[in-house]
Structures are given as structure tokens and as C-alpha cells.
Design a protein around this ligand. Structure first.
Ligand code: ZN
Length: 586
């Protein structure tokens, strides 16, 4: 792949969706020289989030979403974005038709498809035709490398399967495309019949494929087997690039990708955040971070590694999936530590407690606040939020006491940064004789929950009884001199309260339009620790710049939700720089 602003060897800008005629170097790869400064070969990062990653249960991207994910991956600087399988669905077809709208700076686009059908010619094969029409510089073709699949799934002869690979690769090479050959089930195929698996690769390489991707399609291969097989394959295909495509069914997808590169593989396929069917594909972000930070590869354009965490989060948001806090390198807890015992040591020597400097990947060392926390933990956490408590030991103790008391009642601030910050600001303000900015005050609310069961008799035998859950909330707020009353309707009481609160504030705080709810979690805490069972609500809100989490606790779920909701909105307005309508000090 080329870095931003670069061009191909023929001088043409990197524009995906426009395939070059044969002979004018559709070498959609960054020149090999790019990696030489680090003394490492160029290893191509091939992203398949939009094709294989989209097989994940619960991941459903619209064409718009797909374009935005592609733009995010391109901005990060991966080498290849595989946009989808145009032959499999109209959505992917539309994606390729519109991909030219994007300002491609780094990545080159690939379209994915299968080899021609058995006992037909490549010319006139409708699926190959569709793939050709997608008009991408790279065509990735998948073919069978495991005899079991040739015999049982394809139900054709082994010779015919090899011919399908050869004909299809040749077809696209003659059209001037760069062909990546995905050898499906390669590692299982190699174990079952090494000779046939290698013949399959040879069929692709001899027909002009420029990359052979060895796929661990079932994801069950362990690293030592990957090493042995990749080593065996690498010797046999001259200048043809050899790469891997690993699935995570034995929790080894990233490890397998790394050891393959260690053996000399120069192409890695993976997906953002490890998305993919079953246990996912190799997490391309962890592969990139590992190779860049620990093996001195230069994979992304200069300075882009620092965008890794933000890109991971952005794609999770576009995919509408909760962002996994424990995700290596990029998760919010990836560099978090809970033990109060260590906090002062971490402040002195952060490198003693984390495997890499979190800022290298755009993450931060997040010290968790907990009842175990010592004073230094609170200081570090507050400093992270830009609040300096170190000059006032009395204040730090006051904040800590307040946190301990709240945690005893069931609050948890580890994941609720925003509530922690609001609490620190409140205590700090109080001790300075000030009141922190208040955006609204609650006078009261009322929630009506309505459930209507469908008529039992009317639908008997036809379809199950239908019922309607609908809630209505009335919120009464005080904003300085004003009193505002608003009614909201929603599915369930919390949704109704959110709607009413927004309605009440919408005209007063335009910043609210950018704030939305991302996640809502309820936990019932058992009565062993406290005097009675309580409900804890964790609520995550977001604006275009990031996310924050607030916590509410009560023996009543609606009250706990309101608390988290009101904190979430207040914090969002605070970070947006909204001017509080209630003056400080009133
Ligand atoms: Zn796959």
C-alpha cells in the first residue's frame, strides 16, 4: 500500500474501483522499500471486516455503515480493505458501486468471490462476471484446499477443483487484476493430504495469483502447527507472497498470525476488533500493534498507530456493538489496574505495570477506582481527568471518604469515569465554598407503566398473544427562575424518562442533540454486603468525540436509572462546554 499522497509505480494515484489494464502494474501494494528502514520486510495488512468480519452474529452493517467503516480503515492506514462479496448480496454490490465516493488515501479495495462453478468455463460464469463488474484492483478468490471439502461439499473430482482454481485466477489476471488466492481450510487440508493442498496453491500461483493466503477456516490450528506448515509452504513458491487468514476458535488467531509473520509470511488477513463468525477472525489491530511495537515493523503510515484505539472504538460504534473493555491494546481496561497498593508505584514508573506505553496506540493508563483504593489511586485518577488534588491532601482524603461511602452503598466507579469526575468536582467545589455548575434541578417526576395484553380469544390458534408495553413519564425541572414540565413516551419507564428529560432541555441546551445513549446495564446487587438488595444502573452515553459512563444506585430501578441518566446528560453538557442556566452559587 502507498502512504498518503503517494502514487503507484505508473504514476497513477491510488484509486480503488478503477482497475488498471494488464501490464501497468496493478501492484496495489505499498512498495517493498517502505519497510526497509526498520530492517523488516513489508508485511501487508489485509482487512476483511466488511466481508468475513460481518459474519459475526449481531453485526449488520448498512451500505452507509460499510462506507464509513472502510473510510475509518483507510484513514488508519491498512493496506487492503476487502469490501465484500458482490456476488452474494445486493448490499455488497451497491457498496462497490459507491466505493469511489470515498477519498481513498492509503488502502486499496478488494472484492471477494469463489472460483468458477464445476464443469463450466470461467468465461460467462455469472459470479465471476459480477466480481469483474465490481471493478476493484484486487480480486480475492477462495478455493478448496481440503480434499474432504472437494469430495463432500463441492462434489466434484479433485482434478476439476484444481482446474476451477487455475481457470478463475487466470481469468482475472488476464483482466489486469491482482489476484489474492484464499486457500480455504488449508491447514486441515494440509494435515489430511499435504500433496493435494500444495497442488492447490501451485494451481493458483502458476496461473498468476500474486498472494497465497493460507486459511485456518475452522480456527482450530495451534501456533506450532502454523509455524511448521508456513515454513514448509514458504520455500516452494518463489516470489509469490504467502500469508495467513486465521480464525480464533482456539483463541490463537492473533498468535497464529504473529508466528506466521515470524516465519516469513508477508500478508496477514484479519478483522477490526477480531469480528467474525463463531469466535471471530484474527484481531487485525492486535496484530498491527504487536508487530509495530514488539517486532519493529512499520505497517501503518507514520504517526497512525496512535489512532488505533480511536479507530477500534469508532468501528465498534458503527457496528453498534459494545466495545469490549478487555480488548488488548485498545480496550478501556487494557491498561487499567485496580490494586490501590500499586497506584503510587504506577504513578512513578508506569512502564513497570504495563507491557507497552498505552499512548503509543492512543490509549491511556486508566487506574480503576475502587474500595481498595488508596489516596494515591484517587490522585492519579483525578489527574487523568485533569483535576489536580495533589496540592490539597485534605481534599483528597475527603474525596476518598466520599467514594468509600458511596461504594459501600453499591456504587461502582471503576467503569463510571463521568460519575467519578462529577463527584470529585462536587467535593472540590464544596470545600472551596463554591457550587459546581448545575444544568438543571429535579423538582419531581412521575412514571406510568402501561401493559396491554392482546385479546386472548381473537388470536387463538393463529399467532401468539401480542402485548404492548408503553410508558409515559412526566418530568418537572427547575432551571434558575424557570420551571419546565415535559412529557415523554417510551418503551419502558427509563426510555420514557430519557425522552421527557430531553424534551424539557432540548430548547435550552442545543448541545444535547449530539448526546445519545449507547448502553444501559442493570445489576441487582445481593443483600449480603449491604443491608438490603439494591439496583445498580450503569449507563453509557456518547457524543461525536467519545463515550462516558455514569452510575446510579437505589433500591428502586427507576430511581437508579434516573440518577445515571441525569448524571450522563449533565456530564455530556459539561464536556460540550454548555453554559449552565443555573448560575454557580445559587
Ligand atoms: Zn474466514
Amino acid at each position: 500500500m502507498t502512504a498518503a499522497g503517494e502514487s503507484r509505480p505508473d504514476g497513477s494515484p491510488v484509486v480503488p474501483g478503477v482497475a488498471k489494464p494488464a501490464g501497468t502494474a496493478v501492484s496495489a501494494a505499498r512498495p517493498a522499500a517502505t519497510g526497509v528502514s526498520s530492517g523488516r520486510p513489508f508485511v501487508e495488512m489485509y482487512d476483511t471486516t466488511l466481508r468475513d468480519g460481518s459474519q459475526q452474529v449481531g453485526l449488520d452493517l448498512t451500505v452507509e455503515d460499510k462506507l464509513r467503516v472502510a473510510a475509518a480503515l483507510d484513514a488508519l492506514g491498512v493496506d487492503v480493505v476487502e469490501g465484500g462479496w458482490p456476488g452474494s448480496n445486493p448490499k455488497d454490490k451497491e457498496f462497490f458501486a459507491r466505493a469511489g465516493e470515498l477519498p481513498w488515501r492509503n488502502a486499496v479495495l478488494a472484492a471477494f468471490g469463489a472460483t468458477r462453478r464445476p464443469n463450466r468455463s470461467a468465461d460467462g460464469d455469472p459470479d465471476l462476471e459480477t466480481l469483474l463488474v465490481a471493478n476493484t484492483p484486487i480480486v480475492t478468490l477462495v478455493g478448496k484446499a481440503w480434499t474432504l471439502h472437494v469430495d463432500e461439499a463441492l462434489r466434484t473430482t479433485r482434478e476439476e477443483s484444481l482446474a476451477m482454481v487455475a481457470d478463475s485466477v487466470r481469468y482475472f489476471v488476464q483482466e489486469g487484476r491482482r489476484v489474492v488466492f484464499d486457500a480455504e481450510h488449508f491447514f486441515d487440508g494440509y494435515a489430511a493430504d499435504r500433496g493435494y493442498a500444495l497442488e492447490c496453491l501451485a494451481a493458483a500461483a502458476e496461473s498468476g495469483a500474486d498472494t497465497l493466503a493460507l486459511c485456518d477456516t475452522n480456527g482450530g490450528t495451534l501456533p506450532d502447527d502454523i509455524v511448521r506448515v508456513v515454513r514448509d509452504v514458504l520455500g516452494g513458491f518463489g516470489s509469490v507472497k504467502v500469508g495467513v487468514h486465521c480464525h480464533n476458535d482456539s483463541a490463537c488467531a492473533v498468535a497464529n498470525s504473529l508466528v506466521a509473520v515470524g516465519e516469513g509470511a508477508t500478508h496477514v488477513q484479519g478483522a477490526a476488533n477480531g469480528y467474525g463468525e463463531r469466535c471471530g477472525n484474527a484481531d487485525l489491530f492486535a496484530v498491527i500493534a504487536g508487530l509495530e511495537l514488539k517486532r519493529d515493523y512499520k505497517l501503518l503510515p507514520p504517526g497512525r498507530l496512535g489512532a488505533l484505539a480511536a479507530t477500534a472504538r469508532e468501528i465498534a460504534e458503527l457496528a453498534n456493538l459494545p466495545f469490549e473493555p478487555r480488548q488488548p491494546y485498545v480496550g478501556s481496561s487494557a491498561f487499567a489496574t485496580k490494586a490501590g497498593l500499586h497506584a503510587s508505584a504506577i504513578a512513578r514508573r508506569p512502564d513497570a505495570y504495563s507491557h507497552v506505553d498505552p499512548t503509543r496506540v492512543g490509549n491511556k493508563a486508566n487506574v480503576l477506582v475502587s474500595e481498595l483504593a488508596g489516596r494515591s489511586n484517587v490522585l492519579v485518577k483525578a489527574a487523568e481527568l485533569g483535576l489536580d488534588l495533589s496540592s490539597d491532601p485534605g481534599l483528597a482524603t475527603e474525596v476518598l471518604d466520599e467514594i468509600k461511602a458511596a461504594e459501600y452503598r453499591g456504587y461502582a466507579f471503576e467503569a463510571a469515569d463521568a460519575s467519578f469526575e462529577l463527584l470529585v468536582r462536587k467535593v472540590a467545589g464544596r470545600s472551596a465554598g463554591e457550587t459546581s455548575p448545575t444544568f438543571f434541578e429535579l423538582e419531581g417526576y412521575r412514571v406510568v407503566i402501561e401493559r396491554t395484553d392482546g385479546p386472548a380469544g381473537a388470536t387463538r390458534g393463529a399467532s401468539p398473544r401480542t402485548s404492548i408495553d408503553r410508558s409515559e413519564a412526566i418530568v418537572r425541572l427547575v432551571l434558575g427562575e424557570q420551571r419546565v414540565v415535559a412529557v415523554g413516551e417510551g418503551v419502558g419507564p427509563v426510555h420514557a424518562l430519557d425522552q421527557a428529560l430531553r424534551k424539557a432541555l432540548a430548547g435550552l441546551y442545543p448541545e444535547l442533540a449530539d448526546i445519545h445513549l449507547v448502553d444501559y446495564k442493570v445489576r441487582i446487587l445481593d443483600g449480603r454486603a449491604a443491608t438490603s438488595a439494591v439496583t445498580r444502573v450503569m449507563l453509557t452515553s456518547a457524543d461525536h468525540q467519545g463515550e462516558w459512563t455514569t452510575v446510579g444506585v437505589s433500591d428502586d430501578i427507576v430511581t437508579a436509572s434516573w440518577e445515571a441518566l441525569a448524571d450522563g446528560i449533565s456530564y455530556g453538557l459539561l464536556r460540550a462546554g454548555a453554559e449552565a442556566l443555573i448560575p454557580v452559587g445559587t
